[in-house]
Design a protein around this ligand. Sequence first.
Ligand SMILES: NC(=O)c1ccc[n+]([C@@H]2O[C@H](COP(=O)([O-])OP(=O)(O)OC[C@H]3O[C@@H](n4cnc5c(N)ncnc54)[C@H](OP(=O)(O)O)[C@@H]3O)[C@@H](O)[C@H]2O)c1
Length: 334
Amino acid sequence: MHLINDKNILITGGTGSFGKKFVSTILEKYNPKKIVIYSRDELKQYEMAQAFSDKCMRFFIGDVRDSKRLEIALNGIDICIHAAALKHVPLAEYNPMECIKTNIDGASNVINAALKNNVRHIIALSTDKAANPINLYGATKLCSDKQFIAANNMKGSRDCRFSVVRYGNVVGSRGSVIPFFKKLIESGAKELPITDFAMSRFFITLESGVEFVLKSIERMHGGEIFIPKIPSVYIKDLAHTLAPDIPLRAIGIRAGEKLHEVMIPRDDSRLCIEFEDFYTLMPTISFQTPIDYTHTQDGLVGNPINSEFEYASNTNTQWLDSKAISALLQSCDF
Ligand SMILES: NC(=O)c1ccc[n+]([C@@H]2O[C@H](COP(=O)([O-])OP(=O)(O)OC[C@H]3O[C@@H](n4cnc5c(N)ncnc54)[C@H](OP(=O)(O)O)[C@@H]3O)[C@@H](O)[C@H]2O)c1
């Protein structure tokens, strides 16, 4: 029986791409007692409430910057998924303080409110951009990750566990490259802009991201960063698959962008445990009660990895070719 059953769950940023898929999945597969959506925009909440009318749904208008509101919202909650974030790289470069307030201060507010309310499982969503960050968005997510991991040392006698799930680009999520290309194609573009023909990215479907978070809830001791093994794509292959007849034009890499993403930097490999279809990174700090991270809470066994290991989108062993990209695009409901 999954931990979600009969539990009160809160999702910060629950009206976003991840939140909606997470909610539809748990309503379909499990039997949650209550699901609280916590976010700011009333229109998104109103529209979500129309689509998700199950009697266990609750909609809380609130900002993760508002610690008092979070404390009220997390009262009686068993599982919290922290998905709220500002995640647009160029906008974060231009408005750094706004990104810092939401992604860093917001994380700290979620942690404090979860501790005050004895929330048992807390998972924060992170991104490959937090590994060796070169842009402000990635740097704020790294600060958020560090706070969630260190929170395990603030819990005292409470049974609260804080972990992080880190993954790469989500196929078709709001503001991402596929909807961008699709819009250009639909408006009759004569060419598609590609930042660099060599650019590669990790790709994961929303469905797989949600499944991975659900599994991580059952696997977590607290203190781990969970990283799924997922394929890479060349952005040029993606554009070509979407529109084989439209020529591509290289426009140069944008401020704050990497040519390739890294999910596990080489310097972190000594903290890495490999399992069959995912990795975990152990905390850089030690906790009062030592934890054996080679065994997950649900009984999987992993092995430490060699110190030269790096998990990067360009050296990945799993790739999607045009055929696999087509199948992936067809399986997604954009
Ligand atoms: N999409 C990806 O490719 C990707 C990849 C790796 C990791 N992630 C991570 O996954 C998480 C979810 O991403 P997503 O794609 O679902 O994002 P999204 O679609 O942009 O949704 C973001 C959600 O956060 C809410 N939000 C933003 N600022 C807030 C604030 N100050 N207080 C409360 N809620 C706030 C938004 O609603 P309001 O604006 O109404 O508040 C929205 O519900 C993020 O943490 C992101 O970093 C995403």
